[in-house]
Design a protein around this ligand. Structure first.
Ligand code: ADP
Ligand code: ZN
Length: 591
């Protein structure tokens, strides 16, 4: 409703301005006279401009006048006979209403379409004009195909933490009897694909209760009030099905700190958030057996009001799976498909550090698709590894035509990465290949030996030396540069910048020069430079340059010291196109 009021005000102001301009014009220059006076005074007139029914002119006395009426041709003739200069301007039929319509209707339509379009895109559908009903998906517990606790792998501690929710939903009265405060609002925190939705569904199934699924952004609409009525509707629906679970994915879309963010959905979001708080409080005070689970990856931007006692007062963290977790997740997903029993699950798990549960599911699906295409009976180790490579590095583009000169350059570039990595002894080189994949013309694939939760400065520097090894090799061998190193350079620079700006690893000491996010909402993002002195900015730039150039020099000297090995490696690459760990070690030796 607020928008309507705003437009009414805008209209009124426009009207006023229009009228005032008319008045000023009239008052300053033209005197309005009746049409009859105009006819009577024709002799005194010097010139006349006729625009349809509007007539403006000047008396011989120099005075301006204005009138309106229908000027017949005879009258024009009479006037010109009397020496009056008459000009007739084709009628514009310009009326006040028409002006307004011309000025405003298209603007309104454009604004409206624009917003609807944006909303439509955001929500991924074309039905941009939406209604106040919640479209939350409802899952009722089913015997077949149901997600159970056993399907959720590698999250033992998390599962332990949510057991009481199942107990509560299966038997709400028991909790009441004991006077235990039941779990009401739970927030699942973790990166995408870490199993938050999966676990929430498993809880519902284990407790044998319905499960409502909604995404936070679906409450954010152009029109103020829509989001909050959708929230109300969702909770009304849930109340009828209680006991049940309401799962709100990406809660941060609604739950952002109030007062942050620019324009548009501002009021709307605030109102939606308030409604959510009201509903949560209602469940708490009325003791309804509904558990609301919200998921997010950004708990830091949530409005503190959401996290108060009685609301989302329990936080459950979903880490990315460690080695053991990945093994278990692999097993769960391998059970769904026909898998060769000889598959070495541990070896696969080791080669995919940092992968989420969803990524692992993807690998298995991809391998299954490959198996069908190749008419294989079962998924085997090789297919899984190829599926993994495809997900990490993109699809092989065997059809791309590459000249021998280019092939040689790519081979030396990749050999540079591999050699430096082996000599420095950072993350294992699993494979090096000059078969183009995705955007890359060649790949050196490194796998960290353990999951890296924190990175030491030396580790980062070594990584950068490896990144710059490709370019260094090209420079040494061909004595010329190419664009092939663009991605490497970008990545290395990114690390160097983070080291100086964020991680306090430069000679300036442990100071953060990160962009202050608060400034981002003033409408325009302040650049780093605007937040610091000119002198500091210059020092930081110099620091980044120093880090990069010292890494580059290290890469070059490693290559120069081992130039024989580089040539061998590149030669072998040109012959075979892909070398695996063992083949690389045969040439360079074990690091
Ligand atoms: P989130 O909600 O955290 O973004 P999801 O629960 O939607 O992630 O996970 C997507 C898919 O990834 C699941 O459907 C499941 O197949 C797989 N997955 C994620 N985590 C696990 C896990 N711990 N065990 C088994 N499968 C998982
Ligand atoms: Zn490279």
């Amino acid at each position: 409703m607020k928008y309507v009021i705003i437009w009414v005000i805008v209209f009124a102001v426009a009207l006023l301005i229009y009228k005032i301009t008319l008045d000023i014009q009239g008052a300053s220059q033209y005197k309005s006279i009746p049409f009859s006076d105009f006819i009577k005074q024709i002799d005194d007139i010097q010139e006349v401009v006729i625009k349809g029914e509007r007539i403006e002119g000047k008396f011989k006395s120099g005075e301006y006048f204005r009138t309106s009426g229908i000027v017949e041709f005879d009258l024009i003739k009479t006037m010109s006979e009397k020496g009056v200069s008459v000009s007739v301007i084709p009628e514009e039929k310009s009326s006040f209403l028409r002006d307004i319509i011309i000025a405003w209707v298209p603007t309104l339509i454009i604004i409206f379409l624009f917003f609807s379009l944006i909303r439509g895109i955001e929500r991924g559908n074309a039905r941009a004009i939406t209604f106040t009903r919640s479209k939350a998906k409802l899952f009722v517990p089913k015997k077949e195909n149901k997600v159970t606790f056993d399907d959720v792998a590698g999250l033992d501690e998390v599962k332990e933490e949510v057991k009481d929710i199942i107990e509560y939903l299966s038997n709400p009265d028991k909790f009441k009897g004991f006077g235990i405060r039941p779990p009401k609002g739970v927030i699942f925190i973790g990166p995408p694909g870490s199993g938050k939705t999966l676990l929430a569904r498993a809880i519902a199934n284990e407790a044998n209760v319905p499960f409502f699924y909604e995404v936070g952004s679906s409450f954010i609409e152009l029109f103020v009030g829509v989001g909050s009525s959708r929230i109300r509707d969702l909770f009304d629906r849930a109340r009828k099905q209680a006991p049940c679970i309401i799962f709100i994915d990406e809660i941060d879309a609604v739950g952002r700190t109030r007062g942050a963010g620019i324009g548009g959905g501002h009021d709307e979001r605030e109102q939606t958030l308030n409604q959510l708080l009201v509903e949560l409080d209602g469940i708490e005070s009325r003791g309804e057996p509904i558990v609301v689970v919200a998921a997010t990856n950004r708990p830091d931007i949530l409005d503190p009001a959401l996290l108060r006692p009685g609301r989302f007062d329990r936080k459950v963290y979903f880490p990315l799976p460690d080695l053991k977790g990945r093994i278990e997740i692999l097993k769960v997903h391998l059970k769904r498909v026909k898998a060769d029993p000889s598959i070495d699950v541990e070896r696969i798990a080791k080669s995919i550090p940092g992968f989420s549960g969803a990524d692992i599911e993807n690998i298995i699906n991809e391998a299954a698709i490959m198996a069908i295409r190749q008419k294989k009976e079962k998924i085997d180790q090789d297919l899984i590894m190829r599926a993994r490579d495809k997900l990490i590095m993109g699809v092989e583009r065997k059809g791309l035509y590459i000249t021998d000169d280019q092939k040689k350059r790519i081979a030396y570039h990749e050999a540079g990465h591999t050699l430096v990595a082996k000599i420095i002894g950072t993350d294992q080189v699993e494979k090096v290949s000059i078969i183009p994949r995705g955007r890359a013309l060649g790949v050196t694939m490194q796998i960290p030996e353990e999951d890296k939760y924190i990175m030491e400065k030396d580790y980062l520097l070594n990584k950068m030396v490896v990144l710059l090894g490709g370019r260094a090799s090209e420079e040494i061998v061909f004595n010329s540069l190419s664009t092939g190193a663009a991605d490497d350079i970008e990545k290395a620079t990114e690390v160097a910048k983070k080291m100086t700006y964020e991680w306090g690893m430069s000679s300036l000491g442990p100071i953060s020069f990160k962009v202050n996010e608060e400034y981002i909402f003033v409408g325009r993002e302040l650049t780093r430079r605007e937040q610091m002195s000119e002198e500091t900015a210059r020092k930081l730039d110099q620091e980044v340059i120093n880090i990069i150039s010292s890494c580059y020099n290290r890469a070059k000297s490693i290559i120069l010291e081992n130039i024989d090995k580089l040539h061998k490696l590149a030669q072998r690459l040109i012959e075979k196109e892909t070398l695996v760990k063992e083949e690389i070690e045969e040439i360079i030796g074990v690091s």
